[in-house]
Structures are given as C-alpha cells and as structure tokens.
Design a binder for this molecule. Structure first.
Ligand code: ADP
Length: 500
C-alpha cells in the first residue's frame, strides 16, 4: 500500500492507495499567517498536522496503516525555510506568495542580471523566487542563518527530511526557486557564487521517482508507520497534478479550476514566450508548460458573498445561480467581465486589483453578472491556452478542481475553447493521485506512466456547440481589446512611475 501526503497551502491530505484505488482519506487544515504582502506558515504546524492525520488513520483504520510499505509526498512549491542539522525548523516558512523580498530581488538583479537569471531559469524572474527570500532570511534572521542550517525549498521536502534524515528536492519544485539552471539541470553555481551562498546548504536534486531511503526506525515508531517504509522523493504539486490529471504525453493539456487555477501540459520544448511558465518535468528531462491564473473559483465566492449577499456559499447556492445563468444567452448581451480582481500572473502580469464589468446596463442583474464571471474566467483561460499552444489547435481538455463540479462552467469552457472538455472522475484530487502514480513507478509496479491511462475515466464530457463557439469568438475579440488596452495603460503607468 502507498501512503500519499499532499501538503497544500490550506490543508494536508493523506490518502492510502491500493494501486490507484483510494481506500482512506484524512485531512487537517494548516494555518497561514498573512499581513501586508507577507504570507508564511510554520513547519511545526506542518509536522503536527501530518502526525495528527496519521494518528487519526491509526485510530480509524489500524490495519491499513500497518500495511503501508511506501510513502510518496507532494505539496506546495517555491517555499523557503531554514532547518538545523536535525531537520528542526529554525525560521518561519516563507510561502510562494510571500512578497517581502523585493529589495533582495532587486539586489540579485543588480548583481547577477535579469537577463542572465531569465536565461538560466527559463522564466521571467520576480521577487517571489525562493532565492530572493533566502537572502531576506540572511538579512533579517541573521542568527538562524549563521547557524549550520539547511535550506528547504518545498513543503514535502521537509516531511521527507524528517522521515529519512535526507535533504532532497525534485526538479519540478527546483525549477520554481530561481536556484536551478534549467539548461544544465544543476544548481546554478555562478549565481550562488555571485550571491555568496553555499551550495551544500541546498537540498540534493533527484527525480520524483527516486527512492530516498526508509523512514528512520524511531520516527516510524513515533508515528505508528511500519518500520522499513520506503520514502519516495515525490514531486512539487504541479508535477504531481500533471500526472494525476492524466497528462502524460507531450501536448496533453489539463486545467485545474479551483480557488485559483492553471492550464498545463507536458512539453519537449520550453515555452516560446515568457508569458507562460516553464517548469521541469518530474524526471528533469523535459518540461511542463503552465499558465497560472490567480482569478478562478475565488471570484464566484467573492460575488456570491459580497454582491449576492449569500450568507453561505454551498452547492445549493451554486446550483441556484447556475440555473438562472444558464438561461442567459452566451455572451451575456455584451456584458463583459475582466477577472483581474487579484491582479494576474499569466499570460498578462497585473500586480494590482483590476477587475471590472464592462457594458453594464440597468437591465443587468445578478444572474447575468454571474454568467459574465464564468465567461470572463473562460476568456482568461483561452488567452493562456492560445499563448501556450502557440497556434496549435486543442482537441480535448481534462478538467479538474472544484470548478469542475459546476454543470455550466465546463460547457462554457468547451464553447469558448472550442474543444471537448472532460471532467475527470476523481475522488481524491489530482496531486494525491499523481503522488500515488509516482509511487507506483518508483517501486516498479509500472514501467511507464502510460500504462496507467486506464485510471482516467471522464465522469462527464462537454462538447462545443458551433453556434455558441462563434458567439464566443466575437466576444473573445472584444475581451482581448479591453485586456490589451488595460496592459497598455498599466505599462504607461509603470513608465510614468519609473520616470518619477
Ligand atoms: P482549492 O483550489 O482551494 O484547492 P477546490 O479545487 O475544491 O479547492 O476548488 C475550490 C473552488 O471551487 C472554490 O473557489 C469554488 O468557487 C469552486 N466551486 C466549488 N463548487 C462549485 C460549483 N458548483 N460551481 C462553480 N464553482 C465551484
């Protein structure tokens, strides 16, 4: 049996798998501390949530716990945490979304060069990179930094270190940190030398399917895990989700439509344009292209709570709004929504709140506005998809995440993207399933991921309807005009600000 651990931003999820079948799911929330662009967690909270969830498993299904022989984790990426020689945390965990390292980022740009960092990482560098956060810790947590510390760059790497005593990370996570030279697949030595940082403090690099070792006996006894349980390196959540969404082959595209969202596909080549992120594939030998959207299901929650004034947002409320919105003609009679309430990451970079409804009239009602939001997010996903595929036509999109529970949203996506949308039949979530598949390959139960294609059955298919496809083509043109105008305005503001 394989135990998977998904250490996400909001919770930790443990699943016991017999091959690809989930037999037990346990979950615990994880607190995040936020203020003024700062966003951090505590690794002690991670460990407590992990051991509490295991304790619940021991209580509820001891025979399952006793039959675990392999553990494979996944989780949030691009973290920055200092631990001591024993793996005890000595700093807070700066999360991927933590924006405190702007000055340090600027210093890296001045010292190493933006172009050089972009060439090394394959992505447009920004202040969210772990390398900038590490320098922040050097400056602001000097006592801890000056200890003989080790640097942890991904949530699951902390769990693996505590279990095995070995500090490793995977290529997918490493490619988001700023430390990896994606051209050589090694830590970027020139960058480390230039910033006066020690390579030996970084985790070692390994493929997601590499076996790191077994759980230390004392730790196994303390947690109730069987002695000798193998620990697999695993992958950061984008890598595991890509496997867990059945996107094994180059060009297989899937969309995660959750609170935020992303579109991603495995690729032989890095992205052709810097608007799309290039991450390393889980074996470090090819790539995963990703367009990340900050504005997805969260907008529905915002609308239902603040405009709909709903006291609770639950499946009945979603169904009620959806039934009403379904009756409105596609294109919402010209009502258009730009979904950038939280700024945006790709394909356009917006660093402030810029959401808006366009063409509101006195006949606009909340159902129309709701539909316009569903469509606006659809347009933003199309913008990402077109940029990512660079002119290639998409035949089919696998859809996962909370938004796929909607009846209407996947159909709107099929019509906007002019592609079949398959909502995957999934009870555990793509990262956990992906971690299980990585575990199965790691222990030799399968030679190739494509042998696991049978796990991916679509619960529902949505087929584009030609009439609606052409309506949305016109509406998308309109959307792009407004988005392009917004980008021009933002660029103008930036140069105004830059010019003082
Ligand atoms: P997360 O992204 O936080 O890990 P989920 O994948 O469960 O979590 O996605 C949560 C999002 O799914 C919420 O923002 C919510 O708006 C959206 N969602 C849930 N049910 C529906 C529904 N029936 N229709 C549309 N969106 C939904």
């Amino acid at each position: 049996m394989i135990l998977t651990v998904d250490l996400g931003t909001t919770s930790i999820k443990l699943v016991v798998f017999q091959d690809t079948k989930a037999l037990y799911i346990g979950q615990q929330p994880i607190p995040t501390y936020q203020e003024d662009g700062i966003s951090y967690q505590r690794a002690d909270d991670w460990w407590k949530a992990f051991s509490d969830t295991l304790a619940a498993l021991q209580k509820e299904a001891p025979q399952l716990l006793a039959s675990i022989d392999t553990l494979c984790s996944t989780g949030q990426m691009q973290d920055c945490l200092l631990v001591d020689q024993q793996g005890n945390p000595i700093s807070e965990v700066l999360l991927y979304s933590d924006g405190r390292a702007k000055e340090q980022f600027q210093w890296i740009m001045d010292r190493y060069g933006k172009k050089d960092l972009q060439a090394a990482t394959g992505n447009q560098p920004d202040a969210l990179l772990s390398v900038a956060k590490y320098l922040w810790l050097k400056e602001h947590r000097a006592d801890q930094f000056n200890q003989d510390h080790r640097l942890i760059l991904g949530a699951k790497d902390f769990i693996n270190l505590r279990l095995t005593g070995k500090s490793y990370t995977d290529y997918t996570n490493a490619s988001t940190t700023g430390f990896l030279d994606s051209r050589t697949n090694q830590w970027n030595r020139r960058l480390l030398a230039c910033l006066e940082l020690d390579e030996f403090r970084l985790p070692r690099l390994a493929e997601a399917t590499d076996v790191l070792g077994v759980v230390k006996d004392a730790t196994a006894d303390e947690l109730g895990l069987p002695r000798g349980t193998r620990v697999i390196n695993g992958s950061g959540d984008v890598g595991a989700s890509t496997m867990g969404a059945g996107a094994f082959h180059f060009g297989d595209v899937y969309c995660y439509l959750g609170t935020t969202g992303w579109l991603a596909c495995p690729s032989l080549e890095p992205a052709k344009t810097p608007e799309i992120y290039t991450l390393s594939q889980i074996d470090g030998k090819s790539h995963i292209l990703a367009g990340a959207v900050l504005n997805a299901g969260k907008l529905l929650e915002w609308f239902l709570t603040n405009i709909g004034m709903e006291k609770q947002v639950n499946s009945q409320i979603y169904a009620q709004y959806e039934n009403q919105a379904e009756a409105i003609a596609p294109g919402c009679h010209g009502l258009l929504f730009l979904p950038f309430l939280e700024g945006e990451r790709s394909p356009i970079k917006v660093d402030r709140n810029r959401g808006c409804f366009i063409n509101l009239g006195t006949d606009s009602n909340r159902w129309q506005l709701y539909r316009a939001i569903l469509e606006g997010v659809g347009f933003s996903l199309k913008h990402n998809l077109d940029t990512m595929l660079n002119g290639k036509k998409l035949a089919k999109l696998n859809l996962i995440g909370g938004g796929s529970r909607s009846r209407l949203w996947p159909q709107i996506l099929a019509d906007i993207l002019d592609a079949e949308v398959h909502v995957l039949d999934m009870d555990v979530g793509a990262p956990s399933l992906g971690a299980a598949l990585i575990g199965l390959k790691a222990v030799g139960k399968v030679d190739d991921f494509s042998e696991l294609a049978h796990c991916f059955t679509a619960a529902k298919h949505y087929v584009p309807v030609s009439e609606r496809v052409s309506t949305y083509k016109a509406a998308y043109k309109d959307y792009r005009q407004h988005v392009d105008a917004l980008c021009e305005r933002l660029a103008g503001n930036e140069s105004d600000e830059g010019g003082g």
